[in-house]
Design a protein around this ligand. Structure first.
Ligand SMILES: Nc1ncnc2c1ncn2[C@@H]1O[C@H](COP(=O)(O)OP(=O)(O)OP(=O)(O)O)[C@@H](O)[C@H]1O
Ligand SMILES: [Mg+2]
Length: 318
């Protein structure tokens, strides 16, 4: 079954289309995965990029969602697009600017929701608001929630040392991908090449990011497979008691993930300040993490690969 990734945010210009086009190219050319890009953006930036840059074998579809109709109609259409796109493919990547007219149910169609965000205060506030409004999706105990991966994009070198993600402002658990650096060379790649081929720190940052997505995808797929096996041997999923979000996190294969996974992304627990229940859950999660010593560091600092640290010290070029 194809793995479906939605790349979305409500903010314009954060790098959704850049990430969608380049991640699709990475999956197809570096991993040999049969990849489809669905571009739901009317401007067609990601589909144009892949159509005009050297062909790496991605199937490109520029489609329209009737967002203005609201309600279930866009979700229904998206489901149809996805059904067709997944046939004979390993991975489907969708590029979509989110609007309030879209029903959050659309996110349940995906295995992973990837939210690019720049790390300025104003952008982080918008990202936090977006996640807050869709907390019910990512915390859902009724339907299978998509994995949530937040990706800092267009990050300037001076922002690398910032501990912006340590502030407890996010209401849901999420995985934090390594940052993609801001660089003129990334803009120059538009419709001519791919970020993974840039021989500089920006190119390296993109590869670290893409590898993190692959690691998160593999974990999620093994989780899906485990659930499928459990369901076939035990009682139907619907009859099982719903899991608390933190227990789901504690039981997720992230905790038994191979060690190298810890270097590519980190799990950020939900903000404690949102509710008493939130504080209780976080205290429990902290107790459990001390007891279980999980393989993944559930801390809240931005993981910065070594080459980025070298870059921040001025010993490497963008
Ligand atoms: N890592 C980067 N470094 C420098 N510029 C970047 C980077 N990523 C994206 N950009 C530039 O930022 C601008 C917006 O990027 P992009 O179109 O990918 O964002 P978007 O979120 O899809 O925007 P929109 O909301 O308009 O669809 C483009 O000019 C793009 O070239
Ligand atoms: Mg776009």
């Amino acid at each position: 079954m194809a793995f479906k990734i939605l790349i979305t945010s409500q903010k314009g210009g954060v790098g959704k289309s850049t990430v969608a086009a380049n991640l699709s190219a990475f999956m197809a050319s570096q991993l040999g995965l049969r990849t489809t890009l669905i571009d739901w953006d009317p401007h067609g930036s990601s589909s144009n990029w892949l159509r005009r840059a050297p062909n790496v074998g991605v199937l490109v579809q520029h489609l329209t969602l009737p967002i203005e109709l609201g309600g279930n109609r866009p979700v229904f259409e998206a489901r149809m697009h996805l059904r067709r796109a997944t046939q004979g493919h390993d991975i489907v990547i969708a590029d979509l600017t989110w609007t309030d007219a879209l029903a959050g149910e659309l996110m349940f169609e995906f295995d992973m929701v990837l939210v690019p965000t720049s790390v300025s205060e104003i952008e982080l506030a918008a990202t936090s608001g977006f996640l807050s409004r869709h907390r019910w999706v990512f915390d859902s105990a009724i339907a299978k929630a998509p994995a949530l991966l937040v990706c800092p994009t267009r990050v300037h070198p001076e922002q690398l040392g910032s501990n912006i993600f340590t502030r407890q402002r996010f209401p849901v658990s999420f995985m934090l991908a390594p940052p993609i650096l801001e660089s003129q060379s990334a803009r120059d790649m538009f419709e001519t090449g791919y970020l993974m081929n840039l021989p500089n720190a920006c190119g390296e940052s993109f590869i670290s990011f893409a590898q993190a997505v692959v690691a998160a995808k593999d974990i999620r797929m093994s989780h899906n497979e485990q659930e499928r096996v459990n369901a076939s041997f035990k009682q139907p999923v619907l009859n099982r008691a719903p899991l608390e979000p933190n227990r789901r996190l504690a039981q997720s294969p992230l905790n038994s993930a191979p060690k190298q996974v810890t270097t590519v992304f980190q799990v950020i627990p939900p903000a404690a300040t949102y509710s008493i229940l939130g504080r209780h859950r976080q205290r429990k999660a902290q107790e459990e993490s001390v007891e279980n010593k999980p393989a993944v560091n559930a801390g809240v600092t931005l993981g910065i690969p070594d080459f980025l640290k070298r870059f921040a010290r001025g010993t490497s070029k963008v």
